[in-house]
Write a protein that binds this ligand. Sequence first.
Ligand code: UGA
Length: 444
Amino acid sequence: MDEIKISILGMGYVGLTSGMAYAKHGFKTVCTDAIASKIENLNKGIPPFYEPELEDLVNNMVNKGMLSGSTDNIEAIRDSDVTFICVGTPPLPDGSADLTAVKDTAKDIGTVLKDKNEYHVVVTKSTIVPGTTEDLVLPIVEKYSNKKAGQDFGLCMNPEFLRQGQAVHDSLYPDRIVIGEFDKKSGDVLERIYSGYDCPKMRCEIKVAELIKYAANSLLATKITLANEFSRISEKFNIDVYEVMKGVGMDFRINPMFLGAGCGFGGSCFPKDVKAIVALSKKIGVETPLLDAVLYTNELQPMHFVDIIKDTVGNLDGKTIAFLGLSFKPDTDDTRETRALPIIEKLYQEGAHVKAYDPKAYYKFKPLTDLPIEYMKSWKDALKNADFAVVQSDWQEIKDIKPEDYKTLLKNPIVIDGRRSYNPHDLIKNGITYRAIGWKNLDD
Ligand code: UGA
């Protein structure tokens, strides 16, 4: 294998941004997806989702002939040396992951490897619970190829740790690379692919790599949840939880990241992954009281935010609320598990009406609910004549709103912040009533 060619099956956030990064590191990469329009657009240099800086880089790599798209898994696998499985593993009703797409791709790989003489490395990158690569992917590939893993083809598991909104940075400059290997030879091939990445690399058994991903996401979700729990305690003492967590994060054993209290974690990963590892643990007879509490607390937090809104403005019946930020976090148009949904549902139950604005997420939020939300084209339109404003995701554009704008556009200069988007003092000294999760009430 002189020059390594890569195929990536599944063009979601992980597949496309990893593909762009491999291409940028000099590996010819083809990404496949079943949705033809996604592939057509990719071949014109247009990514299927919004992610800062991604479009320019993808365009550049496509123009250089380093990155391309295809709907044909078979051809893509045949013409490459390493295949990454990056398909989705959406949650089933019991919290476990739906592995249909993983099985289908394993079958495609096996079918191609049957007639392929060259050594090929199969890598799972989708988030999958321990055992999935060796107990599900391996037997399918062996069955359809009639070949032996570790002998005729290589097998690895290579979890991805990128964050949406920072996916380009994280895929080009990851802080670590974990290579779970079935056999040393295939681990060596992955290490070659990652030789240009300047970060610590860890090689381990496949199941270890699979579990690292769940443990990492569970710990991050737990850190946020701890901050959220302390936000409610801080409010009772009329102190600022951000100050508390600043002091906590100065401990080098803890660090300051992911201690930002807010209206709960959302996204396609933390809720899904914590639920999946809890579901698996139940199946194998392991109790998970800590993770059960993390999930429970994460449902409390958006409701707690609505309580803060009600404590601030009183009865919500007939009130019009400027709701800023619909995505699960800034810099992404993704609305999966966004906390905006339970919050807005509760606001409507209380009789309020919502005028919503998000810089990118309108199209993905609208299908989630039939509520008569007015979707506005700008934050100015959302604020105009609304009774007060609520912030759910802290896009820079929303953070840049000036106190004067709140004062002149809103009927009442009240901002209730679910993400600590502002320096509270800036708003307060400009005559705005400011409330936030875990924030002290300076008006008392
Ligand atoms: C998360 C992890 O951070 C990535 O390392 C991982 O690769 C990814 O899941 C995944 O498994 O694919 P992501 O879901 O994109 O990344 O976004 P995060 O930045 O982790 O935010 C998740 C949620 O937590 C958001 O709703 C965010 O608002 C919330 N959050 C984050 C807080 O409430 N407080 C914080 O301090 C940080």
